[in-house]
Design a protein around this ligand. Structure first.
Ligand SMILES: Cc1ncc(C[n+]2csc(CCOP(=O)(O)OP(=O)(O)O)c2C)c(N)n1
Ligand code: SF4
Length: 319
């Protein structure tokens, strides 16, 4: 593996302090919740979370909240507007001397991929355009999970959702590049299976003012059809097969922070999840499987020298 970690270099350096207590109403094994917990550890206590409607709505049940930080709940599309209001209020209070500068809070939007790529995209792009100083954390479970796992623009090709029972026919939207096109100071992909990579990116991103994006591929046991206990392992397979590249971009430069020496076949990842079972049973859908592998291969080949060079094993792709 290749990395360029600067702040969190070893598991021992992860703070024991928790900012998100246990006992939430979310599913066991929720990859999004695990990623959010790590994300908050890296941000620290002086944080205010602005939560777009979605699964994380269930984290806090009024009047109780497991967040040690402040939490504001908003409608699906409105989280960036909520973040703008909080940021403006903090700035005014600090400017008037009513809030000491060292009491300032980091403003964080927490949102699912449905709000990030669909219903909330317009408000998000407007916030980036205005240069809002905020963190944007998208837990990407690749569907509208909270309302029954319907297809979202982030649902990958071939995946079964409640509204695409025979598999999605479109490719996953590229939120990383959508953001990067507007040249915010920091954009990154992360994974709950790579805690050091995740936390190091969050900590380093604090060096810049402005919009900062973190997209975490977030394994979702009920939606993906996996056991809660396998959630982290499946999230790791997404990285090890090259399906979910871990990377970041500051200005124009895209850097891959975890590069598997050898990519595993994509099928190893797909076969673990019931949402892809129809690609194997009752008849093998060789054309879609070949396309999914070709998409991953093409991505890494375009990177040239930085790309992993060979596979652990190559299945027979013939029909
Ligand atoms: C404008 C609007 N449309 C629909 C809904 C119903 N709704 C609430 S949560 C949700 C799913 C959100 O999906 P996503 O953002 O991916 O988050 P996840 O559910 O996966 O956590 C939907 C459709 C809503 N709250 N607002
Ligand atoms: S449905 Fe999926 S994303 Fe939502 S709480 Fe459960 S595991 Fe997490």
């Amino acid at each position: 593996m290749q990395t360029r970690r600067e702040i969190y270099k070893s598991i021992k350096e992860i703070p024991r302090e928790e900012f998100l207590a246990g006992g939430t109403g979310l599913c066991a094994g929720c990859g999004g919740l695990l990623a959010l917990r790590l994300f908050h550890k890296a941000l620290g206590a002086k944080t205010v979370v602005v939560n777009a409607a979605g699964c994380m709505t269930l984290v806090a049940v009024f009047p109780f909240t497991p967040f040690h930080s402040s939490w504001l709940y908003t409608a699906m599309a409105s989280a960036p507007a909520g973040a703008q209001g909080i940021r403006d209020a903090l700035d005014v209070l600090i400017a008037k001397g009513k809030l000491p500068a060292d009491e300032d809070l980091k403003v964080v939007v927490v949102t699912g991929d449905g709000a990030a790529t669909g219903i909330g995209l317009q408000a998000t792009l407007a916030a980036i355009y205005r240069g809002l100083d905020f963190y944007y954390f998208c837990y990407d479970n690749e569907a509208f999970a909270n309302t029954g796992f319907q297809m979202s623009p982030a649902s990958p090709l071939g995946s079964r959702t409640a509204t695409t029972p025979i598999g999605t026919t479109t490719r996953k939207e590229n939120l990383f590049e959508l953001w990067r096109a507007q040249r915010p100071p920091f954009v990154a992909t992360v994974s709950p299976a790579y805690p050091l990579d995740l936390m190091d990116k969050v900590a380093r991103a604090g060096r810049w003012r402005g919009p900062k994006l973190f997209i975490s591929l977030s394994s979702c046991p009920p939606g993906w059809g996996i056991e809660p206990a396998d959630s982290v392992e499946v999230a790791k397979l997404a990285v090890d097969t090259g399906v979910w590249p871990l990377k970041e971009a500051h200005d124009d430069e895209v850097v891959h922070t975890v590069i598997p020496h050898r990519l595993h076949p994509v099928e190893e990842y797909l076969k673990r999840q019931a949402r892809y079972r129809h690609l194997f049973e009752p008849v093998r859908k060789a054309d879609i499987l070949r396309q999914l592998q070709a998409d991953v291969d093409g991505y890494w080949q375009r990177l040239g020298a930085a790309a992993p060079v060979a596979r652990v094993a190559q299945d027979d792709w013939s029909v």
